[in-house]
Design a protein around this ligand. Structure first.
Ligand code: AHM
Ligand code: MG
Length: 342
């Protein structure tokens, strides 16, 4: 029976402490881990605690209903502001950046989507948290400008999937990608996936996109999806949760391709660069995959080369293995577009 008990738990904190000499980074990851445990508790108790619904609504007993994503946002902000190692925060839920008061400020700038997958929150389908971390520029006190830079400057990126298990995946700049499952019996994230690698042969033949937008896509994207449907030796499967964390997590583990391209309705795409595009691109690339914009502002670009012009800037996204991203690029080539070599 003894082997059923972990006498040597490789916790997230232990892993981070072994990976860096930067004590502030250890504190930061601890604060992110704590807020994600709080979010887990809120997500898992959402039904019984009556946390579903719109913020600002008054329920039948006259109490204010708290929307789950507003609560998750408060949990992250409180943990990060009080960590003492952050100077500026950007959240999907806040129009303006959050500036940490000087007495509590530290060197990190964190962008996050506290609970991504808004259309899935109230129906108990997987949702997630996504974050990217930068260090403030030399001489800066910490302001939005510290986050308006290329993904190449991102020092840490990660996501947490709230699903049948709660799992954190993150990577430090230039490092491997690691996974940690929340062990509810000890209340700790425990190291469960060592060096996550995108399937080298492209993995399962899966395409993942909101095909309801197909009529608005450019011809090469429509043609690429048609290619996937023809498939060789058999048609690709369609899988689309509509929560980026779930769709990207599956893509890293199983293979295939995820697309939220630009279209005539949304020429910059839908997803946000700072807390969706850049962190997912860094994880995908450091796991051995490709993170492209597809056609964006006249050319095909690497997501990590984009520089946001404002904190909530958007970007189109095509992420997957070489096998499938090449199929998309081939359709652009047929239209005479120059494509990067993969
Ligand atoms: P959100 O931040 O409002 O939740 O939007 C982001 C989500 C992503 O998780 C997901 O990939 C995408 O939006 C789904 O969009 P759509 O419903 O248009 O398919
Ligand atoms: Mg989002």
């Amino acid at each position: 029976m003894a082997d059923k008990f972990d006498v040597d738990a490789k916790t997230l904190n232990r892993f981070v402490m072994a990976s860096t000499h930067d004590h502030d980074l250890v504190i930061l990851m601890n604060a992110i881990g704590t807020s994600c445990k709080l979010i887990t508790s809120a997500v898992q108790r959402a039904g019984v605690a009556k946390l579903y619904g719109l913020a600002g609504e008054v329920n039948s007993t006259g109490d204010d209903q708290k929307k789950l994503d507003v609560m998750s946002n408060d949990m992250m902000i409180n943990a990060l502001v009080n960590s003492g190692v952050c100077c500026v925060l950007v959240s999907e839920e806040n129009e303006e950046p959050i500036i940490v008061p000087p007495g509590r400020a530290g060197k990190f700038c964190v962008a996050f989507d506290p609970l991504d997958g808004s259309s899935n929150i109230d129906c108990n389908v997987s949702v997630g948290t996504i974050f990217s971390v930068y260090e403030r520029k030399p001489g800066s006190d910490g302001n939005a400008d510290d986050l308006l830079r290329s993904g190449a400057d991102c020092v840490c990126a990660g996501y947490v999937a709230y699903s049948s298990a709660v799992e954190m995946v993150f990577t430090f700049k230039g490092g491997d990608v690691h996974g940690f499952c929340l062990d509810s019996t000890i209340g700790e994230f425990v190291h469960t996936r060592e060096k996550m690698i995108f399937p080298q042969d492209g993995g399962k033949t899966i395409y993942s996109a909101n095909e309801g937008n197909a009529i608005h896509w450019d011809q090469p994207i429509q043609d690429a999806i048609a290619e996937f449907k023809k498939g060789e030796p058999k048609p690709y499967s369609a899988r689309y949760v509509g929560s980026m964390v779930a769709d990207i997590h599956r893509t890293i583990l199983y293979g295939g391709i995820y697309l939220y391209p630009a279209d005539v309705k949304s020429p910059k795409g839908k997803l946000r660069l700072l807390y969706e595009g850049i962190p997912m691109a860094m994880i995908i690339e450091q796991a051995g995959g490709i993170a492209s914009t597809g056609m964006f502002e006249g050319k095909i670009q690497r997501v990590l080369d984009l520089v946001p012009d404002e904190i909530h800037a958007k970007c189109p996204i095509i992420m997957g293995g070489k096998r499938d991203v090449q199929i998309v690029y081939d359709q652009y080539k047929k239209q005479g577009v120059e494509t990067p070599t993969l």
